[in-house]
Structure formats: C-alpha cells, structure tokens
Design a protein around this ligand. Sequence first.
Ligand SMILES: NC(=O)c1ccc[n+]([C@@H]2O[C@H](COP(=O)([O-])OP(=O)(O)OC[C@H]3O[C@@H](n4cnc5c(N)ncnc54)[C@H](O)[C@@H]3O)[C@@H](O)[C@H]2O)c1
Length: 440
Amino acid sequence: MKITVIGTGYVGLVTGTCLAEVGNEVLCLDLDASKIAILNGGGIPIHEPGLLEMVKRNVAAGRLKFTTDIEQSVAFGQVQFIAVGTPPDEDGSADLKYVLAAARNIGKHMNEYKVVVDKSTVPVGTADKVAAVLQEELSARGVDTTFAVVSNPEFLKEGAAVEDFMRPDRIVIGTEDPKAVTIMRELYAQFNRNHDRIVVMDLRSAELTKYAANAMLATRISFMNELALLADKMGADIEQVRLGIGSDPRIGFHFLYPGCGYGGSCFPKDVQALIKTAAENDIKLKVLTSVEDANEAQKQVLLTKIKARFGSELQGKNFAVWGLAFKPNTDDMRAASSRTLIEGLWALGATVTAYDPVAMDESRRIYGDDARLTYAENHMSTLDGADALVIVTEWKEFRVPQFEEIKARLKSPVIFDGRNLYVPAQVRSHGLEYFAIGRR
Ligand SMILES: NC(=O)c1ccc[n+]([C@@H]2O[C@H](COP(=O)([O-])OP(=O)(O)OC[C@H]3O[C@@H](n4cnc5c(N)ncnc54)[C@H](O)[C@@H]3O)[C@@H](O)[C@H]2O)c1
C-alpha cells in the first residue's frame, strides 16, 4: 500500500517506519524543514530505542521517504495519516490547529478517494471537523471526489514505541464507512497475525477510547501518589501496600508506582482535555479533576521534602539531579517533573547540576545556557560539590549505584528519590539520609 504520514514526531515517525517495515511504501511529511533535513541526512530527530536502525533499513530499501512538499505527500498515499501534535490550548482543551491545517492541506490537493486517518489524540467530534474542512476545500475547487475519515488512536509508549507499534495490544478503528474498514484491516493485517486485535467501532467511541485509556492510567498513578503521602505520615510503606493490592487480579501490578508526578506529552494534556470536553457538555468529571489536582501537587513533592530538610533559603546550594526526561528511554521533557523541580529550586535560590543519558540536548534547547543549570558528563560527576542528590527519572543506570561513593562525593549525604529506586534500609546502612515517596 502507498501511505502518507503527516507529522514526523514520536507517533508519526514510528507509524511511518513500522508501516514501511512490513512492506508498505511510505512518504512522511513534516513542515519542520530541520526535521526532514535530519531524516534525509540519515539521522532521526528524536530518541526512541530501535528506531534509527529501522529507519535506515527502510530508507535503504526505498520504502520510506521524507518530504516537506505537501502536494507530493497528498498525491502519494491513498491512506493519509494525520499524526501532528495536539498541544493544550490556554484553557486546557486540545488545540486542533495543526490537525485541521493538515486536513485542509489534504483537501486543497486531493483529486481522488482518500482515507484520512486521525492518529493524533483528538477530542470527540474532531473527525466531523476534519470531514467538514476536507469537504469545504473540495467544494471550493469544485472537485467531486469522496473520502472517508477514520479515527485510529495510537497507544504506543515513548521509550518502547517501536515494539508497541509492531506488537499492539489492540488496534482501534473508528469509522462508519465499510470501504475504509476494509482498507484499514488490510493495512494492519501484518500486525494482526497472531490473533485479531482490531476493534472496529463508531468514530466518536474511538476518539473517546484514547482519552479513557490515558485517563484511567493517570488515575492509578494519582491514586497511588495520594496513598504514598498518607503512608509517609502514618509510617506505612507504600511498596508493601503496592504488593498487597497488585496481587488482586482485579487490580493488577501495572501502573501502581508512586513517584514525583506524571508528565510527558500525553497524560497531563489528555486528562485536561477530557475534563474540558466534559465541561463543555455540562458534565463535571469529578474523579479526573482530582486526578489532575493530585498530580499538580505531586510534582511539588520533592521540593517540599527538600525544603523540610534544607529550609526555604537555598542560596548558594547546589543540587545534583539525575534524570531530565519525563520517563526513561526517551528525550521528551514535555511537562516533565524535572522541570517543576529545577524551576522550583531556582526560585529558592539554588543551582542545579544535571545528568540525563539522552535528554540533555532537549534541556539545553528549553533552558538555553542559563547559568543556574549545568550538565555533568555522567551521573556520578553531578555529585561533586552538590549539597544533595535528587532522582527524578528511573533510568536503568541509576538503579545500582555505589552508595559509598555517593556519600563521599556529596557535601551532605542526602538523597531525595522521586522514583523509589532503592531499598531504604540499604541506603541508610551506608550513612546516607534517604527521602523517598511513601517508603518507610
Ligand atoms: N508521544 C506519544 O507518546 C503519543 C502516544 C500516543 C498518541 N500521541 C498523540 O499523537 C499526536 C502526535 O504526538 P507526537 O508526540 O508525535 O507529537 P510531536 O510534537 O513529536 O510531532 C508532531 C509533528 O507534526 C509536525 N506538524 C505539525 N503540523 C503539521 C502539518 N500541518 N503538516 C505536517 N507536519 C506537521 C510537527 O512539525 C512535528 O514534527 C498527539 O496528538 C499526541 O497526543 C502521542
């Protein structure tokens, strides 16, 4: 099949590459010429395990190409995936300007039947808006051709995106158009061989399914974060509680890890957007509003613990920060807890020395050369001259450190662990003070 993917970010580039990997011809469009230059130069603009090799293989095989040329991209694929960003608007709702601009571009240039697939996470009713924009552009040109709009939300996780796309749990296809269902089934056949994972539903249900999935996951995290705060106060150990409840198959162990708040490009914005959609329809989502409030508060938890230990006047103090990405195996820092921490420490007068295996370039892009933030070559060298260590991202390389060396290199032997990486008694046996999240 010939497929166009619009947007070469975390979702678009993975989608395009994986579709090429199973034999399709794929053209990826992005309006950001610098991203297309990187891709055409043999690199990739993001960090995603396994992606670079797969891109190279498919480019070499002639199945995967990149362009900034809209006309060419519209002409190329019978299926046009829209995988552009849907960042939060000022009021929390999803900003659809990129999605609708992509749709408008398709409408301006298409001359034959196309299946236009919303892969971006978009509020219920967006497919109708996409269809209206397409029809408006076709009518303006007097072109009489049909099209289908399909909602095909993406459930991949950054850091495991290639694996998730190649072996999906489910493939949601929302459309009322039988011809589009046939085309989408054919397109996904190679990802669906072991057993049928395709769930066909109406458009609006598909759009809501994506938000429901992220909202449920965010709820589990905020629930555990609140219980961790209680455990801290009551002298209970949240890790024991996690084991105690996770063994119930109705609950399960996944997504029960308390921490210093969820971030990233999806949960915060999708929870906010769903609350907003509901409000527009006169429904107050009370559970999700609290999930969001609890998460905002949780992003302050490390700062609260730091202030309790060092006071609120942190002039002249330096903190070593391990991890900048919102989670391991990605360089994405959108809504990352590290940003709340760093900016909070600055506000109290402190400076930061940070290390992240892949997100330091992204951090430089965000913070420029602000003298209050310096970067170390590796995680251990952040410690030299620092007053304490703060762990924000659970990268594997932080999991088994030399505690004696940490103690020797820090000015004061204190660790604040926002991801509960260690066994508290073990850390303390090395003479370190250890503040984790809900751990005894
Ligand atoms: N990142 C994730 O883990 C993830 C997972 C599932 C769903 N999603 C959803 O997928 C969508 C994309 O997310 P992302 O993280 O890949 O975004 P991203 O910001 O990494 O990439 C979006 C890309 O689209 C490009 N773009 C914008 N307008 C364009 C246009 N008119 N034509 C061509 N290119 C255009 C941008 O230049 C950018 O490169 C969002 O709706 C997001 O919520 C993301």
